[in-house]
Design a protein around this ligand. Structure first.
Ligand SMILES: [Ca+2]
Length: 322
């Protein structure tokens, strides 16, 4: 019986990791194929700007299917201003599946097309932002924008990674981006970034590790914004008056925290990082019907732990964010 229990434990451990690896979940996908400004997603806001062409669903360019979303900002025109700055941005603060907190791990993709993008030649160097990981009540945790003729990722206090060194060959071409981010208010966060311009292979361009990724603001969550935000661009500093961008294929894939298991003295201990906000431990006898583990987890060191008796010959566990 003892041998059998140990075997069962090993078998289970293998399967736990298998379930964990398979449990990545696409929780958000805006491809605009509904033809609507919210891509058919309740709570997805397209813009706060009032100009009729501040945000449009467009068939002029599409990374997938027929449609993308188009944003436009013209300086010195209040119809392209919101919250006091020239901007027109989609905003997921009303889409709960996209919100992130310290302890979350997710993979983000989006494609951006810089429409007839006028080159920078000299003078002031404002940044035109096309994507934000926006922390509430404060600065973004990270953002992507065009400065001079480079597509850059800004993160931390004022750190920067170049994503595309020269965007000038890529006017009206799609640039695909992928970010793998562990959000943390401690020093164990990371951002990995990949870029593909105009159909080239996806290439790793950033691997920023061991810093507090979740530290831009003091609010209790972050969300996503895409479009155009031109915080430093003015006609007085010679910035290009009108900028336009398309976005498509915006997705969020939630990666569950790693689940670890020990077997000792006839009991299984399941452990995963604390905090892991929103995640529930579930069990299944057959990988088909899943139910929540009702035993309350306890915090031990940096982990949540649940101990369950090894009374069944087999069983499966997973972490899931419903
Ligand atoms: Ca599309």
């Amino acid at each position: 019986m003892e041998t059998r229990s140990i075997y069962s434990g090993i078998f289970l451990a293998v399967l736990v990791s298998l379930v964990g690896a398979r449990a990545d979940t696409i929780v958000f996908n805006a491809d605009y194929e509904s033809g609507a400004l919210d891509s058919g997603i309740t709570g997805l806001d397209a813009t706060q700007a009032t100009a009729p062409d501040a945000a449009l669903v467009s068939t002029a360019y599409a990374r997938s299917g027929t449609y993308s979303i188009y944003h436009k900002v013209t300086l010195d025109d209040p119809a392209y201003v919101s919250a006091g700055k020239p901007r027109s941005e989609s905003d997921t603060s009303g889409v709960s599946s996209t919100l992130y907190r310290s302890g979350d791990h997710a993979i983000y993709t989006f494609s951006v097309l810089l429409k007839d993008w006028q080159d920078w030649s000299s003078g002031a160097t404002p940044i035109d932002i096309v994507w934000q990981f926006k922390h509430t009540n404060g600065s973004p945790d990270a953002f992507v924008g065009v400065r001079r003729n480079q597509l850059v990722l800004r993160y931390g206090a004022s750190d920067q990674v170049v994503l595309v060194n020269d965007i000038r060959p890529f006017d009206n071409k799609w640039i695909d981006l992928k970010f793998d981010i562990f959000w943390s208010d401690l020093t164990n966060g990371y951002i990995k970034a990949w870029v593909s311009a105009n159909g080239a292979p996806l290439t790793r361009v950033a691997n920023i590790a061991n810093y507090a990724t979740y530290s831009g603001g003091t609010g209790n969550f972050g969300y996503l914004k895409w479009g155009l935000y031109r915080p430093d661009s003015t006609s007085a500093n010679g910035a290009v008056m009108t900028r336009e961008a398309h976005h498509d294929n915006i997705s969020v894939t939630v990666v569950p925290p790693p689940l670890r298991m020990d077997f000792q003295s006839g009991q299984y201990t399941l452990a995963w990082p604390n905090p892991s906000p929103g995640f529930l431990l579930q069990t299944s006898p057959d990988l088909s019907a899943w139910s929540n583990v009702t035993t309350q987890s306890v915090v031990v060191g940096s982990e949540n732990q649940v101990t369950v008796p090894a009374s069944e010959e087999r069983g499966f566990f997973r972490l899931i964010r419903p």
